[in-house]
Every structure is written in C-alpha cells, then in structure tokens.
Design a binder for this molecule. Structure first.
Ligand SMILES: [Fe+2]
Length: 350
C-alpha cells in the first residue's frame, strides 16, 4: 500500500500525532525523574510508554503489556527485568519476555509475549529522548551544556495547549518580538526585520540575525526607562522540533543561549523543556532563579497567544499561509518538516 493511500499520512499539515514523527527523537522526561527503583509512564505522540532503568540500561517499552494491556509502568523491577503487576510476566530491557509464571517453564516463550521496545532511547541535555522507530534526524546539540563557563538554568517543564511545530515556529519567529514581548525584552521600535543569512545542513539549519531589544538588565528589572542594545542571534533548528538560540550582546560581551526541547504529548498538548545558559551570572541559586523567572515571563507571553490559535497543526504547503520576506526562517522549518514527512512516507510506501 502506498503512503498516499493511507489516510493518516497527511502531507498537507503536521500535528503532534503525525506518523512521520515516529521516525524522530523526542524528549519524554528529565533524566532525574527516572529513578532507579521504579518505572515511569510517559506520553508521546498520543501513545504511552514505560521508562525503566534495568541494570545499566534505560529501557523504553510500550506501556500496555502484550498479554492483557496492564500498564507495565505499574510493574516492579526484579533484577534486570520488569515484572508486570497483573500476571507477573517479566521483560528484559529489549522487550524480550523471559518469564510467564502461569505457564510451565519448560515450554518455549512465544514472540507474541514480548513487549515492544522503542527503536531508540538515549539521555542527552539532562533529558531522556525516545524514538519510537528508527530516527531519521539526529539528536540536537547544545555546546553550552558541556561548557563550564556557562551556568545552566533549567525551567520546570510546562504543558502548552499547542502543537510542537507551532511552538518551534514561535521560538524561531523574528517578527513577533516587538508585539508579543513588550512586557519583557521587546523594543517597540524594532519592527522591521533586517535581511538574514540561512544555511541548511541535512536535518539542521542555521540562521544569523541582528536586531535591537531592551538591554537584558533593563528588561529583567522594571518597566519605564530602558536602554536599547543591538544583539546577535544564532538559531539552529534540528528536525523535528528543537530550537537552539544563541543570543550575543556584543557591547556587554555576554552570551545567553536558550534550548527549546518539545515533547509532543498528544494532538493538542506539548511539554516544553526550556533551559537558559548564561556566561555572565554566578552559579548561585538566586541568580539562576532570577534567570528562570525572567524566561518564564517571556514564555508566558508566547503561550498566552499561541494557545489561542485554534488549529494545533502547522501547514506544510506554502499556499495555505501568507509568508513575508521576514518569514524565511519559519518557512524553512516548514520545508524541512515537509521533507521529513516525505522521507518517512517514502520508506512506509517503499
Ligand atoms: Fe516569543
């Protein structure tokens, strides 16, 4: 059967449950939230998975037990295996069923009794990443995460009533800053988007842009008087939804990098794991809390608007939206997602 014959395979729009996203890495939890002593349930693309540390391995198994659909996340860890709470079936990290207590142990265990493991599970950027099927695009990279001259300021995860592609679109967007962010860093006179350079490399693209905003200290402080400064933006988008934004303030010699990681939970919900990295603050709880509070205020401006958009999907066909010259960056994201849908679809039909 060709991909086009499958009604779920949409090439016109992408939302959080598009099947092409099964071929991608997605964050599903903070590493610290997956303890050694019990499994945890997480939701991705409208499906539930069970994350569990078995010995040295982090396992990701489809949560419903293949036997009677009891949640494996309700099970218990026994040695290097996970035991289902309902009938005691035990599974190894790769999903292999190693014991069916109700059946004579001398009989072979059928393949049907095995749990389904994710094609990929990995820990990076203090997050657990899961790829339901063989991933097409690479994991995102954030060099500052490993750079001791930067202080890491992670925001608590937050759930948005929006699509992951819409949120990535918003964090790449250059034209909304003087409208949506007037209450934080936006400069009302910074409306015209200057020309910018973009470069695509496989499943990543970069964009360099310069613009004006309120000075960081002023925007973090109070309203009223503020100083306007020029800043340099470097965006790196990694398919399907990761946005890396490095903001350089040349006058102050400081850098603020923001990593936006999106978990497409279900069709209408996305969990955002946002982390700021700064080279100008002390590694102290108070300074980190101030940075987190400011980033939360900025994110609240975005979410208030985004959650009011009726559709939670993003069009992949340019004719479905108006695009200006200023929107080349977000148009490039749509092109890359359309390519991703095409590549994953070609493999489905091939
Ligand atoms: Fe924004």
């Amino acid at each position: 059967m060709g991909a086009s014959a499958d009604s779920s395979w949409d090439t016109t729009w992408i939302d959080n449950e598009h099947p092409a996203l099964r071929r991608c890495w997605h964050p599903v939890a903070r590493s610290a939230d997956i303890a050694d002593d019990r499994p945890v349930a997480v939701d991705l693309l409208g499906e539930r998975w069970c994350l569990v540390r078995l010995g040295d391995e982090l396992a990701a198994l489809r949560d419903p037990c293949p036997h009677r659909y009891s949640p494996l996340s309700a099970g218990t860890i026994v040695g290097d295996t996970l035991r289902c709470a309902y009938h005691g079936l035990r599974f190894a990290a790769d999903g292999t069923c190693v014991e069916i207590p109700a059946v004579d142990p001398s009989l072979p265990i059928p393949a049907r009794a095995c749990a389904t493991a994710a094609a990929g599970v990995s820990e990076s950027l203090d997050l657990v990443w899961l790829a339901p099927e063989d991933p097409i695009a690479p994991l995102p990279e954030v060099p500052e995460h490993h750079d001791p001259s930067f202080v890491t300021c992670p925001l608590p995860p937050s759930d948005w009533n929006a699509g992951a592609a819409q949120m990535a679109d918003n964090f790449l967007d250059l034209g909304h800053l003087p409208f949506v962010h007037l209450g934080t860093f936006g400069d009302p006179d910074d409306k015209l988007v200057r020309d910018y350079k973009m470069e695509r490399d496989g499943w990543r693209f970069t964009a360099h842009h310069r613009h004006f905003t309120k000075a960081l200290d002023d925007s973090m402080g109070a309203d009223g008087e503020y100083k306007v400064v020029e800043r340099e933006l470097l965006f790196v988008f990694t398919a399907p939804h990761h946005v890396y934004l490095r903001i350089g303030y040349p006058e102050e010699g400081m850098v603020l990098t923001i990593s936006f990681c999106h978990q497409p939970v279900d069709a209408a919900t996305t969990r955002l794991y946002c982390t700021d990295y700064r080279n100008d603050i002390p590694d102290e709880p108070g300074a980190i809390a101030d940075t987190v509070a400011f980033q939360q205020a900025v994110a609240a401006e975005d979410s208030a608007l985004l959650q009011r958009i009726g559709t939670k999907a993003v069009p992949l066909v340019p004719a479905l939206e108006y695009h200006s010259k200023a929107d080349r960056i977000t148009l490039e994201m749509r092109r890359m997602l359309a390519d991703l849908v095409a590549e994953a679809g070609a493999e489905v039909s091939g």
